[in-house]
Design a protein around this ligand. Structure first.
Ligand SMILES: [Cu+2]
Length: 323
């Protein structure tokens, strides 16, 4: 019995249950109107000024300050909208099936196994969706990783346990010369001064272990490797002046969490003056004061261990005796 009912041809059942020609036309018009409305809603969503902002970036951090950060943000928002559209469609189908085919008796519902068009559709549709996502991801990734031949500014980022040195270079690669340098210490947070509206190349190298150069507002971080590896990336422009905290994003040792620096983005004119002052021998703090900027970091503070002879060794145990 079961086998026989599962062989019921869908078309035959559909035919017997189908409404008249007028009903079909009305339903067709309704479907068309629904499709049109969905299309308009999707268009409004996709062309909206900042759909992501209304949903808190769908989990992606906002407030990027580079052209690259905006591209990555846009890719994320578009992917979320595509995923939501597929989700709404699938949820709709599920709820429609639950209501339309709820149990009415003991008879089995229409069986649609081996429905080739349907099986073809649900094999091809996911492949198409993944292909489109892959295509746009590859484009954005290539764009973000792109290196130019002659960036306007090249800065060498040197990481070490547990601080940073920033070397302003006269060219690219390990053979270029350093024309000015900023070195962080336990008492002074290193401030990396860079201009807006210029392309900037970061060339990273480490003196000891793997660190990671991260300015949250770039929405991008890259490992800093020891040895001969120079990890390189570029931003085509920084778009907002200001002070931004920078961090090490790789667990590199005891004081990893305190390995902070500050990125200070200034106008190209101020940057030129800053660099000239540095090259003439001024300290970073004096050069910053000379261009009317705060001389010390304003987004983070030097690491304070709060360890004194008393609280570190309250029992005053002599060295090497243990306790
Ligand atoms: Cu580190």
């Amino acid at each position: 019995m079961v086998a026989r009912s599962s062989e019921v041809r869908p078309s035959a059942v559909r035919h017997s249950a189908s409404p008249g020609a007028g009903g079909r036309r009305r339903r067709g018009a309704g479907r068309l109107a629904g499709l049109g409305l969905s299309g308009v809603a999707l268009l409004v969503l996709l062309t909206g000024c900042d759909v992501g902002a209304a949903f808190d970036g769908f989990g992606w951090p906002q407030g990027g300050i580079s052209a690259e950060s905006r591209r990555m943000y846009d890719l994320w928002i578009a992917s979320c909208i595509a995923a939501l559209a597929v989700g709404v469609f699938v949820w709709g189908l599920i709820f429609w099936c639950v209501v339309r085919y709820r149990k009415r008796g003991n008879a089995l519902p229409v069986q649609t196994r081996y429905n080739m068009p349907m099986e073809f559709l649900y094999t091809i549709a996911p492949i198409l969706i993944v292909s489109v996502l892959f295509y746009y991801t590859a484009i954005v990734q290539t764009d973000v990783d792109k290196l130019s031949k002659n960036p306007d500014v090249t800065v060498e980022v040197v990481a070490f346990k547990w601080n940073w040195q920033f070397n302003y270079r006269d060219g690219q690669g390990p053979d270029a010369k350093t024309t000015a340098s900023t070195l962080g210490t336990s008492e002074v947070i290193p401030v990396l001064v860079l201009p807006t509206d210029r392309s900037i190349r970061f060339e990273e190298t480490s003196r000891d272990v793997i660190h990671s150069f991260w300015v949250p507002e770039l929405l991008f971080k890259r490992d800093v490797m020891p040895g001969k590896i120079r990890n390189v990336f570029e931003v085509s422009s920084l778009e907002a002046e200001g002070a931004y905290v920078g961090r090490c994003a790789e667990l590199c040792g005891s004081y990893h969490a305190f390995m902070n620096f500050e990125l200070r983005v200034v106008s190209p004119e101020k940057y030129d003056q800053f660099l000239a002052a540095k090259q003439s021998g001024k300290s970073t703090q004096d050069a910053l004061s000379a261009i009317g900027e705060q001389p010390y970091a304003v987004t983070t503070e030097p690491f304070d261990t709060r360890r004194t002879q008393d609280n570190f060794n309250p029992d005053k145990v002599p060295a090497r005796t243990g306790s």
